[in-house]
Design a protein around this ligand. Sequence first.
Ligand code: NDP
Length: 277
Amino acid sequence: MPVPSITLNNGVTIPQLGFGVFQIPPEQTREATLTALELGYRHIDTAEMYGNEKGVGEAVRDSGLRRDEVFITSKLNNGFHAYDDALAAADRTLADLGVDAVDLFLVHWPMPGSDIDYVQTWRAMEKIYADGKARAIGVSNFQQAHLERLFAETEIVPAANQIEVHPYLTQNSLRAFNADHGIATEAWSPIAKGAVADDPVIGKIAQEKGRSPAQVTLRWHIQRGDIVFPKSVTRSRVQENLELFDFELSPEDVAAIDGLNRDERTGPDPDTFNLIP
Ligand code: NDP
């Protein structure tokens, strides 16, 4: 079953399902990414912070696929928010991936407590885009107030906002704000780092559908219109997470999963996270 695409606000298309490589050790990343590409994934989500861009680049080259057949996202690391540092970081990402341009480049965290204002960082992103080093630019972990500052003080509206979203953190208000401004929502930790496997509500729907809890949860994201990229180093799960397009959840199923929200993060709060790794 083909993976549907989402059209970003500058016309670039992105596969709605991808493969995330956070916490895959550098020495395992080539193999894990190659497995995902062999199974049919055509979108990889990495970051300089993950330390594994080289492995992603090797896998794309060794896969036999053309560069334009694989959508690659990477992210600007927290220590490089100053304008010139951001430009240099983008070049480093391209060199490590071994590509002329990434398909989507994101500011990884807003770091609102940093001395360097993310507005300056976004101006560097605009330059990276103008120079053709990223086919689209976006942000990650930006709250509404952070986006509002970019709208007021810079030129380009981000193409995507990659935020934590899963059944325990449904983020409906920020997702709606993104949508109202033509910003695609990308849902990170889409299966709550595996926690949905033990959820009774999701488990019941999964049993009725003859699917796994992870598949039901990923399908919920797909039907809500978000972009997802679950991570797994387990081949059978990588395969399972791709099989989302031959079944549907009813509106009642979607509502039941929406009802699990408890505003619970598995990761840091973007308003207070200012860590330079
Ligand atoms: P996920 O929600 O994708 O969960 C990954 C965990 O779930 C792993 O432990 C994996 O185990 C397990 N798992 C995967 N598939 C299944 C399955 N079918 N059944 C049961 N368990 C499963 O969490 P991530 O935090 O990795 O998020 C996904 C991606 O989002 C990241 O890889 C990264 O690309 C991005 N991300 C972005 C962030 C940001 O700040 N922008 C922050 C965090 C993530 P195993 O590997 O052992 O199979």
